[in-house]
Design a protein around this ligand. Structure first.
Ligand code: NAP
Length: 258
């Protein structure tokens, strides 16, 4: 199997490094990186069996269009974008399986990519048609990740709740403290942990808000309503139940065990 990667940033670089280490025949298309098996032109992808698109969310549809001109109909393509419904609104001339690796760091770019990024991470597959997903499953498992299936709509709603809205709240919390010098001076680990997502890749953050606005708004309304209910009935038993449920969600290494 010959694999292609488009966009050697954090995600694409990590896929490239990991699959190369696993012995795959792999090529990449990059506008900034050079090296063995790295090309600047899409023609390098024409004999690939499988292609990962790893460019920013707002560029994915253009990249999919460009691929139409280069690859044959039996090539399988996945994109790794953090949102999944927007890529399902069109039809493609090749086999397409949207997916999303639930792994990342606050850093971006090839220099921050590393082959172990996906170890133990969930990798969501949101099938688009009846294309056989087993080749993607095998690649995901070879990168140390765990395939999970969802519909694009359910994925985007869940991503808003666990990723995009927390990022927005972290940014808002940090901005809200800007004019309180004493608060910023006293802030320790709790504030640091709560605002970690404010250190997000700004381009990706803006894409998430623009592309998932409705779901983020719905998540915020739900959280607002839960805060109201919680405050009205700040009950010790319920707080104990919350703490236990949160504790049991992760193992001692911080891995989600649900
Ligand atoms: P990144 O580190 O910024 O890398 C994106 C790469 O895309 C760049 O290094 C560049 O690669 C290429 N690129 C940049 N602008 C482009 C443009 N206008 N047109 C075409 N290519 C362009 O971002 P990333 O974190 O790897 O994210 C890549 C994708 O993975 C996004 O769709 C994101 O939603 C998704 N994702 C990110 C995370 C995360 O936590 N970071 C997690 C899961 C999924 P070259 O320099 O090689 O051309």
């Amino acid at each position: 199997m010959k694999v292609g990667v488009i966009g050697l940033g954090l995600i694409g670089g990590s896929i490239f490094k990991r699959l190369k280490a696993q012995g795959y025949d792999i090529v990449a298309v990059s506008s900034t990186q050079t090296g063995e098996n790295i090309f600047s032109d899409y023609s390098a992808l024409k004999d690939c069996n499988f292609i990962f698109i790893c460019t920013p969310i707002h560029t994915i549809l253009d990249v999919l269009d460009k691929l139409t001109e280069v690859i044959p109909a039996d090539t399988i393509v996945t994109d790794t974008a953090s949102l999944k419904e927007f890529v399902t609104k069109k039809s493609y001339s090749f086999k397409f399986i949207p997916s999303h690796p639930m792994a990342g760091t606050e850093f971006s770019g090839y220099k921050n990519s590393f082959p172990e990024l996906f170890d133990g991470a969930k990798w969501v597959i949101t099938p688009y048609d009846n294309t056989d997903t087993s080749p993607l499953e095998k690649l995901i498992k070879d990168m140390g990740a765990v395939p999970v299936y969802a519909s694009p709509k359910a994925h985007d709603k869940a991503a808003a709740m666990i990723s995009h809205t927390p990022m927005l709240i972290a940014q808002a919390l940090f901005v809200a403290s800007f004019d309180d010098d004493l608060a910023l001076k006293l802030a320790a680990s709790g504030f640091r942990d709560m605002t970690r997502l404010a250190v997000s890749n700004p381009e990706m953050a803006a894409d998430m808000i623009n592309f998932n606005y409705y779901n983020i708004e719905q998540s915020l309304l739900k959280i607002y309503s839960v805060i109201g209910d919680l405050l009205k009935n700040y009950d010790k038993d319920f707080l104990t139940e919350i703490a236990l449920k949160r504790k049991n969600m992760y193992d001692k290494n911080g891995k989600n065990i649900l």
